[in-house]
Design a protein around this ligand. Structure first.
Ligand code: HEM
Length: 458
């Protein structure tokens, strides 16, 4: 056999096993609480769209890029964010950028956009590298063979990055306590609960989740104190200042203290867990594929030698970036988005009735049988220029798409590449063969029970 004919076996990491047929009602309801993605039948991965429901409620799962483009971009006005999303997010995030609708959303988006311009992000790269180097130093103290929960480690790093880059270091914030409160909140009030499915009054969600409520009160008070302090201080030109001074050019309105708090909590919440998960899954996949990790290290050596990474280096780490992109394809931090159809219309040539609940099953889209070759295999080369060239823009949506696309996407990609490269250079992380990896959806897609890995120092 010639060398060219020798193919490396495909690496197929753990995946959700979809049922052949839709689950019976009570089984599906239980799955909705336990791990909603496990309720999606095979058709969601195989057909351009999948529709279910009765005369009261229709559910549409859209996995056709042309349909997704209509929903998120061309006909976005007909597909606003839905009441379930509002119900789960608004108690904590109020009318901030993630949660606001219509004109109130638009002016906030304009106000925050300059903070995420590429030149601003470039200035933040050193803080990202530093946070990863500090973590490596802590790992060295723990020593060769230490067992680390990489999911927790990554959350610690990305939380520090948000504080350093957006909130001038986050003075007055007790980082371990705040991180724990965010986890408490996400595990309780941050997800869909039985009270939501049964459409009980919103106060019942809070009554059923006292730990989450206490966490929310703590976090709001923490940010309120920061806002009060910053109003009285000189300018520092970070995101807090940018939002404090932002003025809608049309109406002249500015953010009051409550809206400022909503937005700061939004950036703290949306801005670190998602990136931490992208890093967790990337490190796991590199742990499963030492050859890919070796390619990443070789690229870093070529681009930066032994120097500490700069923004210019990070921009040139194209293969490392492909590893992050491929990890977010297989394990998107947000595996499901949703919208509500507000008027009779059509999407991707298919009629959609007003009131239809529209699911954007990103996890299934990224493994769709009609869109990807070897859909369940880990292969960063598919994000190389050749294979990427013919791909529909709406076939890959880890950051969403259209007008509500993630405002932090450039920031997050630079951050993930900078941190991944710094860590991979200093350490090898081996997955724990005794730990079963089960991807579960808790709004975001996390490995159940964390991601234990063994540290090998380099
Ligand atoms: C890997 C990391 C990240 C992922 C996967 C991610 C994913 C997403 C997705 C899918 C949406 C769209 C939600 C929808 O349309 O329903 C979104 C929106 C948003 N993201 Fe991210 N995000 C990441 C990092 C960040 C960072 C670092 C920040 C800020 C520092 C951020 C702030 C936001 C905000 C404010 C929105 C709402 C934008 C709007 O509606 O105008 N995200 N993100």
């Amino acid at each position: 056999m010639s060398d060219a004919a020798v193919q490396d076996p495909l690496l197929i990491p753990p995946a959700v096993e979809p049922p052949d047929e839709p689950l019976p009602y009570f089984h599906a309801l239980w799955k909705l609480m336990d791990n909603p993605i496990e309720a999606w039948p095979k058709a969601v991965y195989e057909e351009p769209f999948y529709q279910r429901g009765d005369e009261r409620q229709t559910f549409l799962y859209a996995a056709d890029p042309a349909m997704l483009k209509d929903i998120l971009l061309d006909k976005a006005e007909a597909f606003p964010k839905d009441w379930m999303f509002d119900r789960v997010t608004k108690p904590a995030l109020g009318e901030g950028l993630l949660t606001a609708h219509g004109e109130h959303w638009r002016w906030q988006r304009r106000a925050a956009a300059p903070g995420f311009r590429p030149d601003n992000v470039a200035a933040m790269t050193p803080a990202m590298v530093q946070a990863a180097e500090a973590a490596l130093a802590r790992w060295r103290d723990k020593g060769e063979g230490a067992r680390l929960d990489i999911a927790t480690e990554m959350t610690g790093i990305t939380f520090q990055v948000i504080l350093d880059t957006m909130l001038s270091g986050g003075e007055g914030i007790d980082v371990p306590v705040a991180a724990q409160k965010i986890t408490d909140y996400l595990e309780t009030l941050g997800k869909i609960t039985p009270a939501d499915l049964l459409q009980w009054p919103t106060w019942t969600r809070v009554a059923l989740a006292p730990r989450g409520h206490r966490a929310m009160v703590y976090l709001k008070a923490m940010v309120d104190r920061m806002v009060a302090r910053r109003r009285a201080e000189a300018q520092r030109d970070d995101l807090v200042d940018l939002l404090m001074r932002a003025k809608d050019p049309e109406s002249g309105r500015q953010m009051d203290d409550v809206l400022l708090r909503d937005n700061l909590l939004t950036f703290i919440g949306a801005g670190h867990e998602t990136t931490a998960l992208a890093l967790t899954w990337s490190l796991y996949l590199l742990g499963l594929s030492p050859e890919t990790a070796a390619r990443v290290r070789a690229e870093i050596a070529t681009v930066a030698g032994d120097d500490s990474l700069t923004h210019a280096h990070v921009e040139r780490l194209t293969f490392t970036r492909q590893v992050v992109q491929e990890s977010m394809r297989l394990y998107p931090s947000l595996p499901l988005m949703s919208r509500m159809c507000a008027e009779d219309t059509e999407a991707g040539g298919h009629p959609v009735k007003k009131g239809t609940f529209v699911f954007l099953p990103i996890y299934a889209l990224h493994r769709h049988r009609r869109l990807w070759r070897d859909p369940d295999a880990f292969d960063p080369d598919r994000f190389g220029p050749e294979e990427s060239a013919g791909r529909h823009r709406f076939a890959y949506l880890p950051f969403g798409g259209g007008q509500r696309v993630c405002i932090g996407q450039t920031f997050a990609l630079i951050e993930a590449v900078a941190i991944l490269a710094t860590l991979v250079r200093g350490a090898t992380l081996e997955p724990d063969p005794g730990h079963r990896i089960r991807p579960v959806m808790r709004v975001s897609m996390r490995p159940q029970g964390g991601m234990p890995m063994t540290l090998r120092l380099r």
